[in-house]
Ligand binder design. Sequence first.
Ligand code: COA
Ligand code: AMP
Length: 646
Amino acid sequence: MTATTRAPAAAPASRYWDVYAAWKADPQTFWGEAAKGLDWFEQPKTVFDEKLGVYGRWFPDGVCNTCYNAIDRHVAAGRGDQDAIIYDSPVTGTKDRITYAQLQHKVATFAAVLAEFGVGKGDRVIVYMPMIPEAAIAMYACARLGAIHSVVFGGFASKELATRINDAKPKLIVTASCGIEPNRVVPYKPLLDEAINLAAHKPETCIVFARPQATAKLTEGRDYDWASEVAKAEAAGKKADCVPVKATDPLYILYTSGTTGIPKGVVRDNGGHMVALHWTMSNLYGIKPGEVYWAASDVGWVVGHSYIVYAPLLAGCTTIIYEGKPVGTPDAGAFWRVVSEYKVAALFTAPTAFRAIKKEDPDAKLLADYDVKCMHTLFLAGERADPDTVMWAERILGVPVVDHWWQTETGWAIAGNPVGLGLLPIKPGSPTVAMPGYDVQVVDEACHPVAVNKMGSIVIKLPLPPGCLPTLWQQDDRFDDSYLHEFPGYYKTADAGFVDEDGYLYIMGRTDDIINVAGHRLSTGGMEEVLASHPAVAECAVIGIKDELKGEVPCGFVVLKAGVTKKPIDIENEIVKLVRDKIGPVAAFKIAITVNRLPKTRSGKILRGTMKKIADGDNWTMPATIDDPGILDEIAEQMKSHGVGA
Ligand code: COA
Ligand code: AMP
């Protein structure tokens, strides 16, 4: 079944159907027109060349600079005094505003610092930073130089950071002395030092932004203090200009969970990325230049890259860097405060944030303290938006709640409800329709379209639109193998779902081992590798189980080696700590259960699906292929003893 074939009979006026049809009839003209909204050193003459790259490349002869388009061109056009970034940090009690002109100065100066340390076009720079403006400044500075940034989320442990260092081989790493979680200060420098210790590749330089909450120990000859280096550059009047890069040159690498413990380095190019994001701001989000747009996510995730750092500035808007949580900093009214204080026109967050608010303040009493009339839409993504949460948000806010579906790989929405083109009727549980650029189909294993309302694998007909990954970092073969091989001519999203009679998409879950914990994408395979590394563990399995707040949380099962004398509870605690140390606190791995055996098919495949149904309290039937039927009751009992399952 193909998404979006025609307008539903009673659809209100929306330009969406015509725009989608125009894209489908002539994608090159469509994206060629969209490219005119940006400034180019050399305007692309070719919109798409199918002979280049793995499946073709967008704007191959265009020459541009993403930082120029996000910052400098707005200053040149008279937007210099407008706020570009608002920093609001309830965890430190700090607020700040940076205008476009100030940002241009800060970014050009920091880019000059990076250049002094030898960073240039094509060099990689890892950014391991909390939610402070300096994280975005470091990213723009890389873009300014044509260097490739790779941001690593602060909640990842040293080993994960080391894996990314080995793959990206950065010349330089930018970090801060600490991140701040509501319940603790997280010193970043020891985590970075340990990662560099573990990694085979060693960066030449580290630049450390010192925060008052923790002091970082600097290694002589390798580590430099951000403020001192910036002060030196300023004293010398050093600033770096925007370097012209090919549209197809990489802007960044963002690592995301794959089906093994080794993350995938998603590559984003410069030209296609800026064209696609710029298009979405007006057409999908319905946002005008000068408005305040707030994505309450983290710069370590794709949502943060696209909709905190790049898209709002490409569109001449004000973005908010919020260092806090939806609840507890200080209460469940935090989002309403930020919206009213800065006149936020559109808020974008993950459903889990709203579930957290709903749990603390079910009647949204705290909303009465704030005027949030400025906000015209709430956007949700990152995980399935459950209808309960969508309807609750709609009821308390009285604005459309727009679910939209995308992935790190695509960088922007595959499906959504295009506010700027005219909102389509909302069906809670559906992210609505495919965006122009995406020919989304639901197919069976043989790649044949399935019927309306029938579940299947969701695939996108090649080529992917501008902004989507052209490949994985230096791994064309892995890209082909992971995404393009199984359904020839299509990109495999690894999501399963269906399309209804109105062409609306429903995304029901992953077809691989990825789970979504509080909107964070994690691999159960990666966790199993950690569990298996414990000396007492003979066999293990990790599954994602339902969680009221986080959507899903991981749950591990271990079979101990014969002769192990340690108490199971001690081993379980060690395993929980091991995952926290090796992957990071963000994995939220808190449940480990010792079992005598794992349920398997006669061919030896672990019955994870059935274990999940038992844990979630769903109906389940005895699989015909099970090796030993008695084992499932045994597992159910062991789950119950750990508070898992009905
Ligand atoms: N650095 C260090 N540790 C971090 C971190 C960071 N940047 N971000 C999270 N962590 C830690 C947390 O402190 C927590 O540790 P704990 O086990 O000691 O409590 C753990 O990682 C899990 O964090 P989180 O998933 O954020 O859970 P939480 O219980 O602290 O908060 C929510 C739950 C729902 C409030 C929170 O997940 C949230 O705000 N989600 C918003 C959704 C979002 O940003 N999604 C991103 C994609 S759009
Ligand atoms: P990430 O790469 O971290 O953005 O995670 C992408 C995955 O999150 C997708 O493949 C989906 O499984 C899930 N996801 C993201 N947005 C949605 C949504 N709106 N509805 C359902 N699932 C979603």
